[in-house]
Design a protein around this ligand. Sequence first.
Ligand code: SF4
Ligand code: SF4
Length: 430
Amino acid sequence: MQTHFDDQQLAEPEIADCERALRKCVHCGFCAATCPTYILTGDELDSPRGRIQLIQNMLESGKAPTAETVHHLDRCLSCLGCKTTCPSDVNYDQLIDKARAHIEETFERPALDKQVRRLLGWLLPRPNMFRVAIAFAYLGRPLRRWLPEPFQVMLDLAPDRWPAPRLSDFGTVYPAEEDKKGRVILLRGCVQSVLDAEANAAAIRILNRYGMEVLVPSGSGCCGALPHHLGQTEQAEQWALKNAIAWSKNNVLNEVDHIVATASGCGSVLKDYGRIFRSNPDLADSAKIIGKKSIDIVELIGKLDLKFVSLPRQFKVTYHGACSLRHGQAIDGLPQKLLADAGCEVLEIPEEHLCCGSAGTYNILQPELSQALAKRKVSNIRKLNPDLVISANVGCSMQLASRMDIGVCHTVQFLDWATGGPRPKQAGGP
Ligand code: SF4
Ligand code: SF4
């Protein structure tokens, strides 16, 4: 596809990336077949090809986009399903990242939308404040019907029970149980550490059991993915910088083998740190190292010589591969294999490539499309009547668990149990 950026625009590395991505697109439209929003709406402007055209027009003009452009780009899930069917290997992720940042910089959103986005970008990366907000959600439920829609959705998504304590409440170095074979940093995360702290605890247990020392350095936290996907570039940089500083103390960053993420949404952004933060002189070098050393927990477990214990019975499970793992990190097949090795019957969910509609803050900001996708996913899962759903990302787990009476548990939690750890509550544990 032809592009019309001038030299001044192309001097900006992110625009130069976008220009290369735009040139690769041949407008064949193959990507529409795997785009959840196009499948739901049938509108060309809700397809990857339509969005690519909108992004090109917006970035070439350098001006604020129209409300219609923003409407269709906001409806993109950033699920990257489109990348899986693109014959030209168009880097859609670079296009949508830049588009979101440009919108944030130039477009004046309606007041409520603006305030909700600010609130989400500020609150979710702060686990302690997020825990307080969950308490307010209990109190706010009777007022639900008088609140604006995004707040109603937040109340609906808030968990019914008080979240478990975070890892940082316990300590920062978790020693290997047998001869030390490696040393890793665990990304404690933000939303993950509040809503699914057990996944982090399970990751530490299984890694320790197989000879890995796990560090959770104080001062680290949100990876910056949530503000990054909201186009809030500065905030994302601040969080990434905090991690880089925390992990660099005592040369730990250079010495560890890996940086492990248990939430695939975080892992996908960590792996891309080198590209995302390359223009920030305070961050570029450490971001490159972080990107290279980052690994998803399942990838790392796959390298261990696991010894499975026998479970009380064979579990029939469906594996829901989060888009950030399946499309964002191209990890598919390994989690299912590990679950089968653990003795599970693993069932494939129909339309498994389609997003569940969680997608970071999408379920709050785009409730209509998000709920339609969640309904479709839950209906496909129910057809299989599994004992348990296994998920790789906290957002997907919350999205699905709030709509089903079937337990949803993280892959690492199940594999920890199958190798000698405690039985997950979702699988009938205490
Ligand atoms: S499949 Fe790839 S090349 Fe074809 S329209 Fe979509 S993004 Fe462009
Ligand atoms: S990222 Fe997902 S929602 Fe967005 S255009 Fe690609 S397939 Fe469609």
